[in-house]
Design a protein around this ligand. Structure first.
Ligand SMILES: O=C(O)c1cc(C(=O)O)c2c(n1)C(=O)C(=O)c1cc(C(=O)O)[nH]c1-2
Length: 251
């Protein structure tokens, strides 16, 4: 079998960016969020479920750090954990997300308890964390590259939510504001690692598939929320109105 010609650095970057067409911005749940047609229950459901992603991201990044043998990379990567957990006088992303929860009418306790987190969301997020735990650190770093497509998403929320959802308290928007610059910096670092590391066509194809896996994680989270909050078919809806699905156990 002849080896396939590797993509040049520019071609590889272009192929990674082309994956943006499958970003969760195209999911109907997100589309509804921007055009103002989400109900308060759908907004609250999204905020409560996405909190599970927020709290798992630093654990995911700690796994990457644990596997990373490059001191310079570790010195930069650690910033991601500090951004989410907070450091010095700055509140982190997790605290900012809890304030978003309060701004949309959820209590801190309710969000912190994960009581609204749907099994499909848990499974998707856990798959991402487990991937980062097992993969080599360069592949795990590449899986964060969906953030290439995220800066506009945060800006879109800042542009559209206040007019569509005036009942959301403005204090809630801090998270989206702080992510604008953080996401740009993270993605620049992740892209540098990816382009510097993966040089053969086989490796490059594998990274494109890993990025697709990460897109699948994000899309699947929204599918689970669609079932529960739009189609009113949460797990076990044919049996009970109670939230009987598992909570509070670490798998
Ligand atoms: O709101 C979003 O749509 C969105 C998407 C993503 C992403 O693409 O994974 C992240 C974030 N937000 C985000 O806020 C965040 O901190 C973050 C970290 C990561 C990552 O994979 O390390 N993705 C994302």
């Amino acid at each position: 079998m002849t080896e396939q010609t590797p993509l040049t650095r520019e071609e590889f970057e272009k192929a990674l960016k082309a994956k943006g067409q499958f970003y969760h911005t195209q999911h109907p749940y997100h589309v509804a969020m921007y055009d103002g047609s989400c109900t308060p229950e759908q907004i609250r459901g999204w905020v409560a479920n996405r909190f599970y992603y927020q709290v798992r991201i630093p654990i995911k990044d700690a796994n990457i750090l644990a596997n990373c043998t490059d001191r310079d990379v570790r010195r930069e990567w650690i910033q991601r954990i500090l951004d989410h957990d907070g450091h010095g006088g700055a509140i982190g992303g997790i605290e900012a997300w809890l304030r978003l929860g309060e701004a949309v009418g959820l209590t801190r306790e309710e969000v912190l308890s994960h009581e609204h987190v749907l099994p499909g969301v848990r499974f998707a997020v856990d798959a991402y964390v487990n991937f980062a735990r097992r993969a080599n650190w360069q592949e795990a770093a590449a899986s964060s590259l969906t953030e290439l497509f995220a800066p506009t998403i945060h800006q879109n929320r800042l542009d559209t939510w206040p007019q569509h959802y005036p009942w959301v308290k403005p204090e809630g928007y801090q998270y989206f504001r702080q992510r604008l610059s953080e996401a740009r910096r993270d993605v620049e670092h992740g892209l540098r690692i990816t382009l510097d590391t993966f040089k053969t066509r086989e490796q490059q194809d594998r990274i494109l598939e890993i990025l697709q896996f990460k897109l699948d994680v994000l899309w699947t989270m929204l599918d689970a929320m669609t079932m529960a909050y739009e189609l009113k078919r949460p797990p076990y809806h044919t049996v009970t109105d109670n939230r009987v699905y598992h909570r509070g156990i670490e798998l």
